[in-house]
Design a protein around this ligand. Structure first.
Ligand code: R5P
Length: 306
């Protein structure tokens, strides 16, 4: 299996390749002065199963372009199969029309991947469990929840704790997490988001709080949801707040907001590369590489094991 990487998360591609006993294959990524991109794979891939690792967080559009072009160049160069490993799938929150006149942007992205001839897509903790249904090619939806459950046990965070979903949309996720932790109690917050400004407010809680809250969510973008949830919980007597979030999208001032908040620790995964300037003292990054490599090894597209 030959592993290629776009520019979005080279360290993750390297780790995945390592787990597969490979190294990342050479390619050239070039940006013309006008912003157009050119890619060139620099290895023979005829009859090879190939993988492109490229999460599509910021800069979303250029990361997608690199992904499309790398997959296209592999297909044209005779690869037997192309698997797109997109741990964070950009545009996933635009999966339906919220207001008249909007596009279903995620549907456009899926059409692009499929029309290029991508054989399989692997992603992680998608915003909605309905998203795999957008695809007509095999789509593997992995989850960081087992990794988080393991960390909660390892760090002795079970005692006096309650799991918290910061919005109603996360109820399924929080129930799964509770099952993995022998029925650890959970509560769900109700969040209102202003669709024009993006501002959030937490309006109520369903369930009881405890001394320690373990907030579980799919992503942190602006940080607004998590920080508002932490404020709400603190006002209700929670003493310690620990965050488990899969995708560290970290737009705007999120790292600063999180570091200066009441939160004790923020666990994220390496689905999105967190640059040095976005890292902060309370942050800990767990790796998905092992899980991604196992999925690639167990379900090689040419084995047709779906
Ligand atoms: C929303 O439904 C998601 O699960 C996340 O809570 C949200 O996208 C996080 O965004 P932000 O950090 O900008 O509040």
């Amino acid at each position: 299996m030959k592993v290629f990487s776009g520019s979005a998360n080279f360290p993750l591609a390297q780790k995945i390749a390592q787990y597969l006993g490979e190294t990342v294959s050479p390619r050239e990524l070039f940006v013309f002065p006008d912003g157009e991109r050119r890619v060139q794979i620099q290895e023979n891939v005829v009859d090879e199963d190939t993988v492109v690792v490229q999460p599509t967080a910021t800069p979303v559009d250029s990361n997608y372009m690199e992904l499309f072009f790398l997959c296209d160049s592999l297909k044209r160069s005779g690869a037997r199969s192309v698997t797109a490993v997109v741990p964070y799938l950009g545009y996933q929150r635009q999966d339906h029309v919220f207001r008249d006149g909007e596009a279903v942007s995620l549907a456009v992205i899926v059409k692009m991947l499929e029309s290029i001839g991508v054989d399989r897509v692997i992603s992680c903790d998608l915003h909605s469990i309905k998203i795999p249904e957008f695809f007509t090619i095999p789509m593997t939806h992995l989850s960081a929840l087992p990794l988080f459950a393991h960390t909660i046990r390892e760090e002795n965070l079970l005692k006096n704790s309650v799991l918290i979903s910061p919005d109603m949309g996360g109820i399924r996720r929080i129930k799964q997490m509770s099952e993995m932790l022998d029925g650890l109690p959970y509560a769900v917050l109700e969040k209102d988001r202003n669709l024009d400004t993006g501002n959030v407010a937490i309006v109520r809680i369903e369930g009881e709080v405890a001394k320690r809250a373990l907030i579980v969510d799919d992503m942190i973008s602006s940080g607004g949801t998590i920080v508002k949830a932490a404020d709400f919980l603190r006002q209700r007597g929670v003493e310690e707040i620990v965050i488990f979030v899969t995708h560290a999208v970290f737009s705007k001032e999120a790292p600063k907001l999180l570091q200066e908040s009441l939160i004790t620790k923020v666990y994220v995964t390496d689905s999105v590369y967190v640059s040095e300037e976005k890292r902060f003292a309370k942050l800990e990054i767990l790796s998905l590489a092992d899980m991604m490599a196992t999925s690639l090894r167990d379900h090689e597209v040419t084995k047709q094991s779906f």
